[in-house]
Design a protein around this ligand. Structure first.
Ligand code: C5P
Length: 296
């Protein structure tokens, strides 16, 4: 008899806009972000097993219960004690510590997979509440594809689908520490904040060029100071003629965004040999997310 298995895609996210409003008493920062899911994805397979176990093709991430994917398993097992031990197979395609929410995407995918595999019938809102215990970006990764995230990032309001955009992502060969980047942010020294509203307005009228014009991320300020190479990559993309260039999340991934696929492909070809990790990816819409969990 074959074992019932869930196959789930965990999509990377980029931030079209990331603004930080203030530092909170609990150490987190109050943010306003427009988040967008893209088609760069990890593939996760979940099945019952004799013990909890993570197998992955990527050797630099922990495979014990400290991995976010396994934290999702433990949390679901705590909530639903009748669940059996699980084997999670993780095919990693999203670079780690990159500002693309790769770990959060895996965690969300595990929660979605378990919910469906065992017919737990948790609603998206219930899953979001549970996920917020494990990390600020995970609630977005459960849903998407385009949303406004507030609070510390865990409160999600759906936005209209983003008009098709293409991205060339460049991930330098080092990671950025999110706590370090937030810790180094001196909000009082930041003169110009990006406009979340301008991005939301652009999405409402489905104007891709206007979305590109609204891109902004206050964390660049901090990450560029800590990791000067990230600024260099941004300048390099701008010098190559890319008009819309931004760092994603707390970095260090920098992306150039395009409304035109061919321009994105040209840029991708230019940078592919130059950096080890260069990706060509595109926005997802509601339709694309429908098939993300498969029970086989
Ligand atoms: O929630 P998550 O575990 O992803 O956050 C990692 C770290 O990033 C936090 O411990 C905190 O230092 C920082 N952070 C923050 N404000 C946020 C999100 C994260 O200061 N809104």
């Amino acid at each position: 008899m074959s074992v019932v298995t869930a196959e789930v895609k965990g999509f990377a996210k980029i931030n079209l806009v990331l603004d930080v409003l203030r530092k909170r008493e609990d150490g987190y920062h109050e943010v306003e972000m427009v988040m967008q899911a893209v088609d760069l994805a990890d593939k996760i397979t979940i099945m019952p097993y004799q013990e909890n176990r993570l197998e992955t093709n990527y050797k630099y991430i922990p495979t014990d219960m400290n991995n976010l994917a396994m934290k999702a398993v433990a949390l679901m097992q705590k909530e639903f004690p009748h669940l059996p031990p699980l084997l999670v197979k993780l095919e990693k395609n999203i670079p780690v510590a990159a500002g693309l929410a790769g770990g959060s995407a895996d965690c969300a995918a595990v929660m979605l997979g378990i919910n469906q595999l065992f017919d737990l019938q948790l609603s998206l809102i219930e899953l979001e509440k549970l996920a917020a215990q494990l990390g600020s970006d995970i609630p977005f990764c459960l849903g998407g594809p385009t949303a406004l995230a507030t609070g510390r990032g865990e409160f999600i309001q759906k936005l209209p689908n983003c008009p098709k955009l293409y991205f060339v992502l460049i991930k330098p060969n080092f990671g950025a520490s999110t706590p370090k980047v937030y810790g180094n942010l001196r909000l009082s020294e930041i003169e110009q904040h990006p406009s979340v509203q301008a991005c939301v307005d652009a999405l409402k009228i489905a104007d891709g060029e206007q979305v590109l014009a609204a891109l902004g991320n206050v964390l660049e300020w901090s990450t560029f100071e800590l990791y000067p190479k990230v600024r260099e990559i941004k300048l390099e993309l701008q010098k190559a003629g890319c008009n819309a260039v931004l760092m994603s999340g707390s970095g260090p991934t920098v992306f150039a965004a395009f409304t035109d696929r061919k321009e994105a492909e040209d840029c991708y070809r230019k940078f592919k040999g130059k950096y080890q990790q260069v990706f060509l990816t595109e926005t997802l819409d509601e339709e694309d997310l429908k098939e993300r969990v498969k029970i086989i």
